[in-house]
Design a protein around this ligand. Structure first.
Ligand code: E4P
Length: 222
């Protein structure tokens, strides 16, 4: 399973990318709003992200509402940098836009996926990625991991990763990441704070402290 970083914060993206294990970036309008970014700076900000990690896909989300506007905005976003993927929320208009953008060689990440039919419709329209959400199910006392399991099984029954990869999204905890991997999601997109948590385990931290203390004994005995 690949790790994507789920943030629009450039400093977080640069730090996570420097770790060497980040294979992509996902953003959305809420994550951009969180950075305090202005509308006029949105495309320049996406370029900065794309240039900060030039060898991995960066999802930039369209906020258009008609197919024509989504195609036009998608073409504009994709032209900003070769690694930009256009993110579209699932609806009739975005399915049509996905088919059209694919004809132009533009990759689409279809987001806000909560059900098996939504995921299969996105694949069928030619989405390069589908993003089923986990945490938002948990937020309403439903089982997000169980829903992800259904989507992984259904998509993998019909589509190879070369056609459509599954990005487990709306992940909040290291356990979400573990479950996504065990289910066979191709990618987990993880917020920076959860990514940092994934690095640690109390036994790792204790082991590191012990190595350091023991090595001091070795060096002080010289
Ligand atoms: C990523 O593609 C999604 O937009 C993101 O994971 C949503 O996460 P949230 O449910 O924590 O907002």
């Amino acid at each position: 399973m690949k790790f994507f970083i789920d943030t629009a914060d450039l400093a977080e993206i640069k730090t996570a990318y420097s770790w060497g294990c980040v294979a992509g970036v996902t953003t959305n309008p809420s994550l951009y709003a969180k950075t305090g970014g202005k509308l006029a700076d949105f495309e320049a900000h996406m370029v900065k992200i794309a240039e900060a990690c030039p060898d991995v896909p960066v999802s930039a989300e369209s906020t258009a509402t008609t197919t024509e506007e989504m195609v036009a905005e998608g073409l504009r976003l994709a032209a900003l940098a070769p690694n930009i993927v256009v993110k579209l929320p699932i609806c009739a208009e975005s399915l049509a836009a996905t088919k059209e953008l694919k004809k132009h060689g533009v990759n689409v990440n279809m987001t806000l996926i909560f059900t098996v039919p939504q995921a299969l419709m996105a694949c069928s329209a030619g989405a390069r990625y589908v993003s089923p959400f986990v945490g938002r199910f948990d937020d309403i006392a439903e089982d997000g991991i169980e829903q992800l399991a259904n989507i992984v099984t259904a998509v993998k029954n019909y589509y190879a990763p070369e056609h459509t990869e599954i990005i487990a999204a709306s992940l909040r905890t290291p356990n979400h990441v573990t479950q996504a991997a065990l289910l066979g999601a191709d990618i987990a997109t993880v917020p920076f704070a959860a990514m940092e948590k994934c690095l640690h385990h109390p036994l790792t931290d204790r082991g590191l402290a012990a190595f350091e203390a023991d090595w001091k004994k070795v060096t002080s005995a010289q």
